[in-house]
Design a protein around this ligand. Structure first.
Ligand SMILES: [Zn+2]
Length: 240
């Protein structure tokens, strides 16, 4: 369980009355700042993805009818990949793209991705948790990019490994929000919205491992930390 809630900060676009809202634009800026503070190259990768329309299929909405979507589509993922990983949702478009949309449907039409770049699919509602989830899906995207650069792909990693990679990036952003904007992380609290809670309880060891990697990297100088970031996101990188 690792959720955050707002203590109140106007600069971050957060109100104090429980109706917190952080616009998608503000969220992207917060995430890029957090990752840049941690590692300049990581921040650049984040900006390259978050400000690229081809890589961000993100719907910013407050419409409660619209079903949650929080996914990352790796570059080149096929129908066969989805079947073999048990991730295929046969009625995907019907499930995620109907309620709350007009006759033309919404932007979540398919799970496959025949392009050479990964895509973040997300319904963004402007809560602190939504920022955290955007950071999580971004973590998958950055890891995917690094793996491709190193001659690998998502297929070289188990789903547990992929989740640990995303948690690593998510940890950096959550800590930044907490430290810089008075957003607190709260364990054992259910805010009644989709959060890391469910995910964490089913992947506690991956979350703990990501947090350990993150905390170890925090104590390193810039160049060593950069190497640690790359290892956290592509565990196949050889330890020298
Ligand atoms: Zn994930």
């Amino acid at each position: 369980m690792y959720v955050i809630y707002q203590k109140g900060n106007k600069e971050a676009g957060v109100s104090v009355n429980g109706e917190s809202h952080i616009s998608l634009d503000v969220a992207k800026g917060l995430i890029v700042d957090a990752l840049t503070d941690f590692d300049a190259a990581l921040g650049q990768r984040a900006a390259d993805i978050l400000y690229n329309d081809a890589r961000t299929n993100i719907l910013e909405t407050a419409n409660p009818e619209i079903v949650e979507v929080q996914m990352y589509r790796p570059a080149g993922v096929t129908h066969a990949d989805l079947v073999s990983s048990g991730m295929l949702i046969p009625d995907y478009a019907e499930r995620f793209n109907t309620k709350g949309y007009g006759a033309d449907g919404g932007p979540f039409t398919q799970q496959i991705n025949d392009s050479d770049h990964g895509i973040i699919d997300l319904v963004y509602r402007g809560t602190p948790n939504a920022v955290s989830w955007l950071a999580h899906e971004l973590g998958h995207a950055i890891a995917d990019d690094i793996q491709i650069e190193n001659g690998r792909s998502f297929q070289d990693f188990t789903s547990d490994e992929q989740e640990e990679q995303a948690y690593f990036v998510q940890n950096i952003v959550i800590d930044h929000l907490r430290d810089k904007f008075g957003l607190h992380d709260v364990r054992e609290t259910n805010l009644g919205e989709p959060s890391l809670c469910d995910e964490f309880s089913s992947r506690a060891s991956q979350f703990a491992a990501a947090k350990d990697r993150y905390e170890a990297a925090l104590g390193e100088d810039a160049s060593t930390r950069s190497t640690s970031v790359n290892k956290a996101l592509d565990q196949r990188i050889a330890t020298i």
